[in-house]
Design a protein around this ligand. Structure first.
Ligand SMILES: [Zn+2]
Length: 227
């Protein structure tokens, strides 16, 4: 009986150790993947909002402002789960930053979010449209006057396509967009597909693509800060 009691205690001990290990492993998984982004502030800008709907899908009725917001919110969530960065959205709901839709002032208000928060990075999320419905793919823009942001655009674009994304890689492009030009923070604007192209529009609404592209963007952000 005594032997059985000792054996029983021994088994309990082993099980506790096992649970302890599992528990510790669980904690490790929950802990931040990359503490090196601690202290970094990242502004994510979901393009358009409120009266400004952005582009509209030709085949599935996608509204750009809504999809931009969804993607930006998902990026914020995953960034906060995987890193210690502080993540700020320029808008949290379907609204413009300013009460009236004056495009220039609205875009300047978005850039001001980066300036006011001394952002280390500014990423604007958009979906493109074009007259020729055959045109498809993903492109990352950087400020034409900000050559140092080219590297950032290259890293993020490459990281997106490392995710086995089934659309055309349109590469990076120097563009004279206000949110890039007037941004004192390193800034890029990503166009995650063409709403005017049927397959791109279907893809951009799929969870599979959203999860992959979002992971790519975040991998790119981490690479940018850590290499
Ligand atoms: Zn747009």
């Amino acid at each position: 009986m005594k032997k059985r009691a000792i054996l029983f205690l021994f088994i309990i001990l082993i099980m506790n150790t096992g649970f302890g290990l599992i528990h510790a492993k669980g904690r490790k998984n929950i802990s931040k993947e990359d503490l090196r982004l601690k202290g970094k502030t990242i502004v994510i800008d979901p393009g358009h909002g409120g009266d400004d709907r952005g582009a509209q899908g030709k085949n599935y009725g996608t509204i750009e402002k809504d999809l931009n917001l969804k993607v930006a919110q998902n990026i914020k969530k995953e960034l906060e789960e995987r890193t210690d960065a502080k993540v700020i959205l320029t808008r949290e709901t379907d609204t413009s930053l300013l009460p009236e839709t004056k495009q220039k002032e609205e875009l300047q208000a978005r850039v001001k979010v980066a300036k006011d928060n001394a952002a280390d990075l500014y990423i604007s999320i958009h979906h493109d449209t074009f007259g020729d419905t055959k045109v498809k793919g993903i492109k990352t823009h950087y400020g034409a006057n900000k050559r140092q942001d080219k590297k950032l655009a290259e890293i993020v674009q490459e990281a997106i396509f490392n995710q086995d994304i089934d659309t055309r890689d349109r590469g990076i492009q120097a563009s004279d967009f206000l949110v890039l030009r007037e941004n004192s923070s390193p800034a890029i604007l990503i166009e995650l597909g063409f709403m005017s192209n049927k397959s791109d529009e279907k893809r951009m609404n799929s969870e599979d693509f959203q999860v992959k592209s979002q992971k790519g963007i975040i991998d790119g952000i981490i690479t940018y800060f850590t290499t």
